[in-house]
Design a protein around this ligand. Structure first.
Ligand code: ITT
Length: 193
């Protein structure tokens, strides 16, 4: 079965391909000319559905199976920011490193060394049978510094519950087992089988 990914985020592509190694998983920009999708929903779920539908429509093959991921990190002490704005936290043209540094800076400004945080992933599937969506979460804490090179995005400042190292430092197998994305992918597999 071929699954087309409606994402341009290389970190997501890598993780989804590893979790879905029983499928042929292809990023949409390998099939069609990549295009900008306006993520104007008010929740992770709405944005995931917007992305899956936009790519399904652009692929123009009714038998296509398109999977999208909208995700982010929420920090309760910051009113659950950056949340759905995680990819644009430091501005519209921000890269992952800018967003990470901005979140570290927001903690430093408040003299917070460590505080609870959680990741959310909404996964949506667009198929000829309709749209399906699921969620997964990962809980832990964020710290006021970046440690380690593994993962992507905010991972170097996120310590998952039950560990004392960041996802940047921990082996990638830990994230594969525990992550918001892995949990959501496990649920969406039930729709595919
Ligand atoms: P697409 O919309 O093309 O999928 P994106 O990076 O813009 O790519 P989102 O709008 O879903 O994706 O933004 C998610 C941001 O949240 C992402 O850029 C990361 O900064 C962060 N994020 C999500 N999941 C993460 C994870 O597993 N580890 C670290 N950071 C993550």
């Amino acid at each position: 079965m071929k699954i087309i990914l409606a994402t341009s985020n290389k970190g997501k592509v890598k993780e989804i391909q590893k979790s879905f190694d029983m499928f042929e998983v292809v990023p949409f920009d390998k099939i069609i000319e990549p295009f900008e999708i306006e993520e104007n929903g008010s929740s992770f779920k709405e944005n995931a559905i917007i992305k899956a539908k936009a790519v399904y429509k652009a692929i123009d093959d009714k038998d296509a199976i398109v999977l999208s991921d909208d995700s982010g990190i929420s920090v309760p002490v910051l009113g659950n920011e950056p949340g759905i704005k995680s990819a644009r936290y430091a501005g519209d043209n921000a890269i992952a490193k800018d967003n990470l540094l901005k979140l570290i800076n927001e903690l430093k400004k408040r003299d917070i060394k460590k505080t609870p945080a959680f990741y959310t992933a909404a996964i949506a599937l667009a198929t000829k049978d309709g749209i399906f969506s699921v969620h997964g979460w990962m809980y832990g804490e964020v710290i006021d510094e970046a440690r380690g090179e593994n993962g992507f995005g905010y991972d170097p400042m996120f310590i998952p519950e039950g560990f004392d190292k960041t996802l940047g430092e921990l082996d990638e197998s830990v994230k594969k087992e525990l992550s918001h994305r892995s949990k959501a992918l496990k649920l969406i597999k039930r729709v595919l089988w």
